[in-house]
Every structure is written in C-alpha cells, then in structure tokens.
Design a protein around this ligand. Structure first.
Ligand code: AR6
Length: 180
C-alpha cells in the first residue's frame, strides 16, 4: 500500500500501456457506445469474439452474461495493454435502487480480478457517468473510496490510473485525490 500511486489522466483510455484497462460494458458484453465502443474499435474483432464466447457460456446467467456490479477479464486484441476487464455499472435511477453498491462492486471486483491474474497496473474510466447517467461527483467519490478500500487486500497492485474523458470528471477526481 505504501508504494501505491494514484494517477489521474484526462484523455483516451485506449491509448494506455498498462497491465489492464477497465471497460464500462453492458450486461450482454457485446459492445456498445462510449468507452465500450472505443475499446472494441481499438482492440479489433478478437476482443468481441472472446466476449461472445464468454456470453455464450453464461447465457443462462440471471441478469445477463455480466450482471451489473460484476466483472470478467479477457485479452486485449490490438490494444497495448495486456488485459481488458469488463464491468457493468448501474443505470442511474435516482439513487434508491442500489446504484451506489453496484458501482462500488464494479471497482472492487475489477481490482480483485486484476490481482487474481497477477496484474500490477490498472486504468479505470468513470464507470456509469456517460450513457448510464450516474451523477459525476457522487460516482467519483465511490470510485476513489472503493479502490482505496479494496487495495488493502491487493498488495500486488501498485498503480491505479483514473482516466477522465471530460474536464468536469477530471476536476472532481483531482479534488478527491489531492485530499488523500
Ligand atoms: N476513454 C476514456 N473514457 C471515455 C472514453 C475513452 N475513449 N470514451 C468515453 N469515455 P459510457 P456508462 C467516458 O457512456 O455510462 C455503452 O454503450 C465517458 O465520457 O462509456 O457506464 C455500454 O455498452 C464517461 O465519463 O459508459 C453500455 O451500454 C465514461 O467514459 C453503456 O454505454 C463512461 O461513459 C454504459 O454506460
């Protein structure tokens, strides 16, 4: 934990050379818009094929191939990272439908999967704050708190990068991280 470095970037997560980047996917795992679309475009068809096989294996799963709050890991196709961790955030429905717990679980399960695969560096997008409509300030607080708590159990992970695509998110994270 002492060696831990939180980093903050304003930019495109697909350009990063890290062990794992996290995708804000949907329960079908079959791609979509936003960061999911950008990751699949940059990775190429091998990533979608791997997701398709996982979805096929889990087709009887209640809640879809990857239910909200869960995460799965794949290769990274043409991306310069080693692995992609696909997690599914909550759709914001006002806050009374377990959204905070689901979002907490996304960050936690992604880190546990990375650690279980022997990975040391991981980059997160601002899960659920795009199409899924989670309020950005609240989502940033949950992201930082969940990562901080989970890292106590994952000593192998020494580098966590929060990647913001818009300045508003970036400013929320900057304030939270400078207070750590
Ligand atoms: N690099 C980093 N962050 C990005 C990038 C990028 N290249 N592109 C967008 N973002 P969203 P969600 C930011 O909508 O809200 C998809 O269709 C974006 O500005 O990608 O979890 C899935 O298939 C925002 O801050 O994901 C699902 O159906 C953040 O990534 C649904 O969207 C998340 O926005 C998931 O919605």
């Amino acid at each position: 934990m002492e060696d831990l470095k939180f980093e903050l970037i304003l930019g495109d997560i697909t350009s990063l050379t890290v062990d794992a980047i996290v995708n804000a996917a949907n329960s079908s795992l079959m791609g979509g818009g936003g960061v999911d679309g950008a990751i699949h475009r940059a990775a190429g068809p091998a990533l979608l094929e791997e997701c398709r096989l996982i979805a096929e294996r889990r087709r009887r799963n209640p809640g879809g191939a990857c239910p909200p709050g869960d995460a799965i890991i794949t290769g990274a196709g043409r991306l310069s990272c080693r692995k992609v961790i696909h997690t599914v955030g909550p759709v914001w429905r006002g806050g009374g439908f377990g959204e905070a717990e689901i979002l907490t679980s996304c960050y936690r399960k992604s880190l546990l999967l990375a650690a279980g695969s022997g990975l040391r560096s991981i980059a997160f997008p601002n899960i659920s704050t795009g199409v899924y409509g989670y309020p950005k300030a609240a989502a940033a607080k949950i992201a930082v708190a969940s990562v901080k708590n989970t890292l106590l159990q994952t000593p192998l992970i020494t580098r966590v990068i929060f990647v913001c695509f818009d300045r508003e998110n970036y400013e929320f994270y900057r304030e939270l991280i400078s207070g750590l």
